[in-house]
Design a protein. Structure first.
Length: 335
């Protein structure tokens, strides 16, 4: 079987996962309980409905780029159809216009990653024009608020993004997802809905434009040393007009070339790594992933017992400098 047929099977497997929303809701509830640090079950219930909708919406977003040829075009310029920018046996890069009436642009890359899934989750696609990124708040294990600043050329103003990361596991199908949504400002969050407090989000700086981003990535284990990777993002650059050359540059250079460097980095770090990175992989999130997906014990997240909140260890929510490593969308540990 050639490479394209194999990757088609990976797409079909991912597209068929977590279709039942009631089952997804129970998985999200269990996951919130496992990842909680100091919340009661009643507090988690408040966040549950919103969190289920957010993850369900992201999974639908991933499925929008399935291998149904009726929804993908290499030649036609029909609005909202996915268009190939690169397509080979190892990976493909696609682009489509955002929803009508918006300034969003959708980009996707998918392919194979050669390395253990915990290392693949922990390492980053190179940052290119990103000048700084840091974890501002660790909300729960696998959930954080992070900032990112981007260097752009004159006359475009500086750009920044405040991002809400949510890691979610479906070990029954060897699946790890990370949902990433931008936060426009303090008034856009509500603790009773999304579990975030206003004080976690700084006000917008003068002269800095805050971009919008909706998306994330999924990793699905194929073997202990290989995973299928799909990353999708819908980005608003806060520009009235985005020229076609800029779209092509983002797709081919930032996304396509970035993915190849990411593959190379994961393969290298899986074999060698460094002390700082290896220490980060001892965090509770990565230990949980290894025990579930890289050991002889197979974890079924639907049937496993729900832990009581009192059994979950509490750790500091303040990011520490020695915790900083990288993830496929941001340069700080998801832990």
């Amino acid at each position: 079987m050639n490479g394209k047929n194999k990757i088609r099977q990976c797409r079909e497997r991912l597209d068929n996962d977590l279709m039942d929303e009631s089952a997804l809701r129970e998985l999200v509830r269990n996951h919130l309980l496992k990842s909680s640090q100091d919340e009661s079950e009643a507090e988690i219930q408040i966040v549950l409905e919103n969190r289920t909708k957010v993850i369900s919406s992201f999974l639908d977003m991933l499925r929008s780029a399935s291998n149904k040829e009726s929804g993908i075009s290499k030649t036609r310029e029909t609005s909202r159809e996915w268009k190939f920018k690169q397509d080979n046996e190892d990976f493909r890069v696609m682009y489509r216009e955002g929803p009508p009436g918006t300034y969003y642009h959708d980009l996707l890359v998918e392919g194979y990653i050669d390395g253990p899934i915990d290392v693949s989750t922990g390492y980053s696609i190179p940052a290119f024009k990103i000048t700084s990124s840091e974890c501002l708040h660790q909300v729960r294990i696998g959930e954080q608020i992070a900032s990112m600043k981007v260097k752009v050329s004159w006359p475009i103003s500086s750009r920044e993004c405040f991002l809400h990361y949510i890691e979610f596991e479906y070990f029954l199908e060897d699946l790890i997802t990370v949902v990433i949504n931008s936060i426009s400002g303090p008034d856009s969050v509500e603790k009773s809905v999304c579990g975030l407090a206003k004080e976690m989000i700084p006000a917008e700086e003068n002269g800095v434009v805050r971009m919008g981003l909706v998306g994330g990535f999924a990793l699905q284990k194929l073997t202990n040393d290989r995973s299928y990777f799909r990353r999708i993002g819908s980005i608003d650059l806060k520009l009235d007009y985005v020229p076609s050359w800029l779209v092509s540059f983002m797709a081919r250079q930032l996304i396509g070339s970035g993915f190849k460097l990411y593959k190379k980095a994961v393969s290298s770090w899986a074999n060698d790594g460094n002390e700082k990175f290896q220490q980060a992989l001892h965090g509770p999130l990565y230990v949980r992933i290894r025990e579930a997906l890289l050991s002889d014990k197979k974890v079924n997240t639907i049937l496993e017992p729900n832990p009581s909140v009192s059994d979950i260890p509490c750790t500091s929510t303040r990011a520490r400098s020695h915790d900083i490593v990288t993830t496929p969308m941001h340069n700080s540990v998801i832990e």
